[in-house]
Design a protein around this ligand. Structure first.
Ligand SMILES: Cc1cc2nc3c(=O)[nH]c(=O)nc-3n(C[C@H](O)[C@H](O)[C@H](O)COP(=O)(O)OP(=O)(O)OC[C@H]3O[C@@H](n4cnc5c(N)ncnc54)[C@H](O)[C@@H]3O)c2cc1C
Length: 234
């Protein structure tokens, strides 16, 4: 069940790329117990009718100390992310949660194909960290799409995972022009991997322009809509 609103302290603010920042928050009233893939709602004192509610997925599995790691991109004309971007250690923010169903299925009896674009990789990172920590050796293919070379998220971590975990494969893609191009490039990689192969468990995350055409591709291949787990950001 979702928790009530509570204050949280900003423990740190760190740049991961030129346009992506990580905030580590510590809820002050009660620890938030969450499953990897879930998100919290931030209640921001901005916008035409504050509070402005914005969802952010946890990037790290839960820790004994209860801190929450969030990772987000700066939307220059956005209402909420510019506010988050200027937060610094010692500031306070209001949040609630956890929420969401973008979690691993109970039965992992098929290969997992995880596809995220840009900060759509945040909940996927959390899922993967938990899987490897728990030594779940279900084969995983990660397709990680970035809007530019300098905005490739978590690249070094995925490379390290691929070296350490024989069951993990990592395919990075840079699509600079548009989300349409990101979809085209992803499908070009995906199609030969799916054709004539046993069904996989697909999990897709990002904006609707990215996620929806990919889900449509899976359903065209005979997948039921419910078999394709999605999280859309907008
Ligand atoms: C369940 C859920 C989980 C989310 N988790 C994350 C997360 O972990 N990290 C994260 O960065 N965002 C996440 N988001 C998106 C986040 O809630 C905000 O929508 C995003 O930060 C933009 O907010 P804004 O007020 O700055 O922009 P708005 O004023 O709401 O403008 C939104 C517009 O910005 C563009 N845009 C660029 N980047 C994003 C983005 N990341 N998400 C949505 N729209 C974007 C889109 O074109 C969109 O139409 C999540 C959303 C949902 C629903």
């Amino acid at each position: 069940m979702a928790e009530q609103k509570q204050p949280a302290a900003v423990l740190s603010a760190t740049d991961l790329t030129p346009r992506v920042r990580q905030l580590v928050l510590k809820p002050k009233t009660a620890k938030i117990a969450f499953q990897p893939g879930q998100w919290v709602s931030l209640h921001l004192p901005v916008g035409p009718k504050p509070p402005l509610n914005r969802a952010y997925s946890m990037a790290d599995p839960s820790s004994p100390y209860g801190e929450l790691t969030l990772v987000f991109d700066l939307v220059p004309d956005g209402l909420g992310s510019p506010y988050l971007y200027q937060l610094k250690s010692g500031d306070e923010i209001t949040l609630s949660g956890p929420y969401g169903r973008f979690i691993l299925p109970e039965t992992l009896d098929r290969e997992l194909i995880l596809i995220g674009r840009y900060t759509g990789l945040v909940p996927i990172r959390c899922l993967l960290k938990q899987m490897f920590y728990k030594k779940i050796h279900t084969p995983v293919l990660l397709i990680a799409v970035a809007p530019s070379e300098e905005e490739v998220l978590f690249h070094q971590e995925w490379l390290t995972m691929a070296v350490q975990q024989p069951s993990f494969r990592y395919l990075p893609i840079v699509a600079e022009q548009s989300e349409f191009q990101a979809v085209e490039k992803t499908l070009a990689m995906l199609a030969p991997l799916l054709t004539g192969q046993p069904k996989v468990i697909p999990m897709l995350c990002g904006t609707k322009a990215f996620v929806r055409p990919l889900r449509a591709y899976f359903t065209e291949q005979g997948y039921d809509r419910k078999e394709v787990k999605v999280e859309t950001y907008d």
